[in-house]
Ligand binder design. Structure first.
Ligand SMILES: [Zn+2]
Length: 433
């Protein structure tokens, strides 16, 4: 098994870069081979590459690694996969790789580069790609979670600012005898076509295991009814110590009701924003016992993609995977750390409608759930305060227009909570999704 970089958690590009590419078919073939590797590893069969427009040079290539295999000695089922990082889609990782390496490798600006992807980007990856400003060349359409799910290149349900940017930056390669090119002028190889067999294989390598991967991701965690409260472990227990060292503010607060965040938690989030450079928002993840597991602010001083929500999801999921994969903490982690769908995400501010990073966050929430979360009132996606800009009604419209995976399968439905929400609820005029 290839191991990811321990600091950034992504696969490095191969040591020997391939020769410069000459056309869309060569680019599609390159990313297809990596998508096949992802499928064989038991995760979503999708991959992408960063191509320099002027030369066809392959700058980096990465595959999906949402799920990973545990050390065979720790598996309870043969070939068991577990959620490593629900945000580890090929395109999102490539954007992060670009930010991490831009200076040291003297990389060209994103508008001179194209990220070629085997499958239409999801909402999260579209948000990340638009934030950075890459051109995007797409091989196959994903009619459920892809941003061009209806294949019309209209993106009619997206807010206008985002719609125009997707139409300008994204391109869908011509497929011989099947469809013409449609898309922006800056996409590499836009005048060439992909062979029909390569197009079909790009779609099938994803469809082949997408439902099984979604099930494995959603099933990565035990039901709270069979769990034990991690806060009841002694303070020097390896699991508790590891959580405290990996997860900011773990076990520093406990809610009486895990779906009813209190004023203390709001103050914790507010203080995080006040004390973090460039931060505008903060997010907490609460476990089914009401324990605060992680609370973090935006870290735009580290990366333009480091929103509070991305930071919280990545910190929790990668830490949980590591603790499950460590013999000294594995059994306790299985029993006491579960899937975030059983917990509660609490934002200080609701995501800002029409913003590319909000599209990324909403998409990342969908990828973290991979299905409908257990329904209670309030639900497991919450916020204390309205968006910093725009209205709650605009946010609701944006969510309604997302691809069916988000609006139907996951059913994204943020709810206002806390003192402000209770006050408004008493007036029976609360904004409802
Ligand atoms: Zn994606």
């Amino acid at each position: 098994m290839t191991h990811p970089c321990s600091s950034c958690g992504i696969f490095p590009a191969r040591q020997q870069p391939p020769l410069p590419l000459k056309n869309a078919q060569e680019a599609a073939q390159l990313v297809l081979e990596m998508a096949q590797q992802a499928n064989a590893a038991g995760t979503f069969g999708v991959a992408g590459a960063i191509i320099e427009n002027s030369t066809g040079r392959v700058i980096a290539r990465l595959r999906n690694r949402v799920l990973g295999r545990l050390d065979p000695r720790l598996e309870t089922r043969e070939g068991e996969t577990y959620t490593f990082d629900p945000t580890a889609h090929g395109e999102r990782q490539l954007v992060q790789w670009y930010y991490d390496n831009k200076k040291s490798k003297k990389l060209p600006e994103p508008f001179n580069l194209t990220i070629v992807t085997s499958l239409d980007p999801c909402a999260m990856c579209t948000g990340a790609l638009l934030t950075a400003g890459f051109n995007v060349g797409v091989v196959a359409i994903d009619d459920w979670a892809g941003i061009n799910f209806d294949g019309r290149f209209a993106f009619s349900a997206l807010p206008e600012t985002l719609r125009r940017r997707v139409q300008e930056k994204f391109g869908y390669y011509a497929v011989e005898g099947h469809r013409p090119y449609v898309g922006g002028d800056g996409v590499a190889f836009r005048t060439t076509a992909v062979e029909v067999v390569t197009h079909a294989r790009s779609l099938h390598v994803f469809l082949d295991n997408v439902l099984a991967v979604r099930d494995n991701s959603q099933g990565s965690g035990v039901d709270p009814a069979t769990m034990a409260d991690p806060a009841l472990l002694p303070d020097d227990a390896p699991l508790k110590r590891a959580c405290r060292s990996h997860l900011a503010l773990a076990f520093t607060h406990k809610l009486t009701n895990f779906r009813a965040p209190d004023a203390t938690l709001q103050q914790i989030l507010s203080d995080l924003v006040d004390n973090t450079p460039q931060a505008g928002n903060a997010v907490a993840l609460i476990d089914p016992f009401g324990n605060l597991l992680v609370a973090v602010a935006d870290r735009f001083d580290r990366s333009p993609l480091a929103t509070a929500f991305m930071n919280a999801v990545q910190a929790y999921s990668t830490s949980r995977f590591q603790l499950l994969n460590d013999p000294t903490t594995s059994a306790a982690a299985r029993e006491r750390l579960t899937h975030p769908k059983y917990g509660t995400f609490v934002f200080l501010h609701a995501p800002t409608p029409g913003d590319s990073r909000s599209l990324m966050d909403l998409g990342a929430y969908g990828s973290t759930m991979e299905g409908a979360p257990p329904r209670t009132t309030p639900g497991n996606l919450q916020y204390y305060l309205p968006p910093v800009a725009g209205s709650v009604a605009e946010l609701a419209a944006m969510i309604k227009g997302l691809p069916p995976f988000y609006s139907q399968t996951v059913g994204i439905a943020p709810e206002q909570v806390g003192v402000a929400a209770r006050g408004v609820r008493n007036e029976e005029s609360r904004q409802s999704f």
